[in-house]
Write a protein that binds this ligand. Structure first.
Ligand code: GLU
Length: 309
């Protein structure tokens, strides 16, 4: 266990884009078990800043489902939509320290530039056009500079753009921000705060020490660690659990047709989530949520001893 038990603070941070489904239940269960196994605090944060994707009523529905499934947060939930002032303050600090710059490029211009550069999956890697000024364009978004690796290439020194971290489930990870990601957006052209900024600011403001979430977010972690360094806030430890996929191998989500959880049978869904996490429960047919929880906490502790340090 990497942090003193009394300091552990974990969280579950759902985006209210629809009701809780089996994939998000797995993340909720893993984060809750890890907090309980460490005798720590477990918080819930509603990540509702992405206006167009937020579904009215979904947040209340998720919070009610969590309670119904036996997940009781140790502090009242916080809502990102009520915390915009914190994101503004963080951006202002990054402007003052020169870590961010205004960008006037449209998506089309960035896409066109990729003909001469490279592309990662479907993510456009920003070529840095506005790094040294707007070239007469109007500012649309704010981007965070990632370290460039020129010094590394020239001198064979350590690549400053290479972010490494040890994931408690997935093992050692690394990502070259300059070549695999590029300068990324913190405040979007449509005025929306980017997930990367909000999540880092909130995890720091809430003193989160341990992040446990789905492995679909593994790819965002290096960006978040770099942003923590730019903001001079601590880096939590990370644990990314395997994502749940559907028959086509796609991550379960509202977009891929995930069904809402059956609220009448919480234990069935929890047992399936525990199985997905590879938990070796002593009692496969628990009589109550409380019995399941006690068994699952011990199974989680046993499971962690078999994971990379
Ligand atoms: N809100 C994000 C999601 O639902 C999770 C953010 C996080 O855990 O860092 O995918």
């Amino acid at each position: 266990m990497s942090a003193p038990a009394s300091r552990y603070r974990g969280r579950f941070a759902p985006s209210p884009t629809g009701p809780l489904h089996f994939g998000s239940l797995v993340s909720a269960l893993a984060s809750w078990l890890d907090a309980r196994a460490h005798d720590g605090a477990w918080l819930v944060r509603v990540e509702d800043i992405d206006g167009p994707r937020t579904v009215p009523g979904a947040a209340q529905d998720i919070l009610a489902t969590l309670e119904h499934f036996g997940f009781h947060a140790d502090e009242p939930p916080v809502w990102q939509s009520a915390r915009i002032g914190l994101y503004r303050e963080a951006l202002d600090a990054l402007i003052a320290s020169g870590h961010v710059y205004p960008c006037g490029c449209t998506r089309k211009e960035i896409a066109d530039s990729q003909l001469h550069a490279h592309r990662r999956n479907t993510t456009l890697i920003y070529p840095g056009t506005c790094r040294d000024g707007l070239h007469g364009k109007t500012a649309r978004a704010w981007r965070l500079r990632v370290p460039d690796d020129l010094a590394h290439a020239a001198q064979g020194a350590d690549n400053p753009a290479l972010i490494r971290f040890d994931d408690r489930w997935q093992g050692p990870q690394q990502q070259d921000l300059a070549n695999e990601v590029g300068d990324f957006v913190l405040l979007r052209a449509d005025g929306q705060w980017a997930y990367q900024l909000a999540v880092v600011v909130d995890d720091a403001a809430q003193d989160i020490t341990h992040i446990v979430r789905g492995a679909d977010l593994l790819d965002s972690t290096a960006r978040q660690i770099w942003l923590q360094q730019c903001l001079n806030v601590p880096t939590p430890t990370y644990l990314h659990v395997p994502v749940v996929t559907n028959a086509e191998g796609e991550k379960l989500s509202k977009q891929t047709g995930a069904q809402p959880l059956d609220a009448s049978r919480p234990l069935d869904a929890l047992l399936a989530a525990a199985k997905h996490l590879g938990l070796d429960l002593r009692d496969p047919t628990p009589a109550s949520l409380v019995a399941f929880q006690a068994d699952a906490i011990e199974a989680w502790k046993r499971r962690l001893t078999h994971l990379p340090a």
